[in-house]
Design a protein around this ligand. Structure first.
Ligand code: ACO
Length: 335
């Protein structure tokens, strides 16, 4: 991967997000499972999460559409200006049509390419990186990238080791071509190691369940996680990915204006921050309010920061994520 050369640059036009109204606190969870607010806060930093009201038909499609409409309306663009829609999700209600096509229907984009992308919590950055590359090379002018996961729809609320972590949310961004080639993504990194898939999976059929998990009470369609394995992987990977991105881009940690990382667990984020000596105020955290919303998390953080006026032209912003697969990604932007 080489740094951006002469040609087109890219810029963020607008951002959007959505969280469902319904809030589930740690105390609410303690009423239905053997856990406590103290345990959850200490191990994860989470106080509450938002979840979809499935009785009202809420889920991934409504999360995705709400975030998409938010960014689209703020962009001031017309439907025909959008060339590409990517929706990152691992909780599609229907695999056909894609969630991206439902967004297309709602926005009235008649010609934009639209597809879903599955890279779990890394999905939003995979989508952002692919779209940025296609715009930079001149193939497309403007893309809408959405990350949306209704994790509550794949939670077994009798499994306390998994269900306390996740919440539902979505985030979105409109990215377009810029005449300044120095603007936009400075360096991007994406990777996967399928050997680790058994640490985080959603079995649809009995045969999907790995041998070592067959004796455990596993519900089909629900997320199964080996928390300790994922934790070890994440702590190591976050640090490696950040170090490689900064080194390859020719920037130092001190050059960063902000780091926006996937909200997996406060301890994972803090471990990377402390090891790399990143100032506390430069690392955004909202996991206490929303939990881990998988592909929704990074776009939601970006939009919250944007709305708070904390993303300014010329800032150097590092995005970093890891997720099921196992997958990982980074994207370093001069915004
Ligand atoms: N409440 C109370 N006790 C609990 C709970 C709970 N909710 N869950 C587990 N415990 C107990 C365990 O049974 C265990 O008890 P024991 O010692 O008597 O056996 C003890 O607490 C410790 O369990 P661990 O699993 O070792 O706890 P750990 O400190 O690892 O924390 C956690 C668990 C929070 C899940 C952590 O491992 C973690 O965050 N892992 C990373 C998960 C993650 O980031 N996943 C997202 C991946 S992104 C994606 O793509 C979806």
């Amino acid at each position: 991967m080489t740094p951006p050369a002469a040609g087109f640059g890219t810029r963020i036009v607008s951002t959007g997000s959505f969280v469902p109204e319904k809030v589930v606190t740690n105390f609410d969870l303690a009423e239905i499972m053997d856990t406590s607010d103290e345990w959850i806060q200490k191990r994860t930093g989470i106080r509450q999460r938002h979840i979809s009201d499935q009785s009202k038909g809420e889920g991934t499609v409504s999360l995705a559409i709400n975030a998409a409409v938010d960014a689209f309306e703020k962009s001031g663009l017309a439907p025909e200006d959008i060339d590409l829609i990517i929706c990152a999700t691992c909780t599609q209600e229907m695999t056909c049509p894609s969630v991206a096509c439902r967004i297309s229907e709602r926005l009235g984009t008649k010609k934009a390419a639209a597809f879903d992308l599955a890279a779990a919590c890394s999905g939003f950055l995979y989508g952002l990186n692919f779209a940025e590359t296609l715009i930079r090379c001149g193939r497309y002018r403007t893309a809408l990238i959405v990350g949306a996961d209704a994790m509550s729809t794949v939670m077994d609320y009798t499994d306390r080791s998994v269900s306390i972590l996740f919440g539902d949310a979505s985030g979105s961004v409109v990215v377009t071509r810029d005449d300044d080639p120095a603007r936009g993504c400075q360096y991007q990194l994406m990777g996967a190691d399928g050997v680790g898939w058994e640490a985080l999976y959603m079995p649809r059929r009995e045969v999907d369940i790995p041998e070592h998990d067959r004796d455990n009470p596993i519900k089909l369609g629900m997320l199964r996680m080996n928390g300790r394995e994922v934790f070890k992987f994440a702590v190591k990977k976050f640090q490696e990915v950040i170090e490689e991105t900064m080194e390859q881009s020719g920037h130092s940690i001190d050059d960063l204006s902000l780091m926006i990382c996937h909200q997996s667990n406060l301890r994972i984020i803090e471990s990377a921050r402390e090891k790399l000596g990143i100032e506390e105020g430069k690392v955004y955290v909202n996991i206490d309010r929303v939990g881990n919303s998988s592909a929704g998390s990074i776009g939601l953080c970006l939009d919250e920061l944007n709305r708070a006026g904390r993303i300014n032209e010329g800032d150097l912003v590092l995005f970093v994520a890891f997720g099921g697969g196992m997958t990982w990604a980074s994207s370093l932007w001069r915004v």
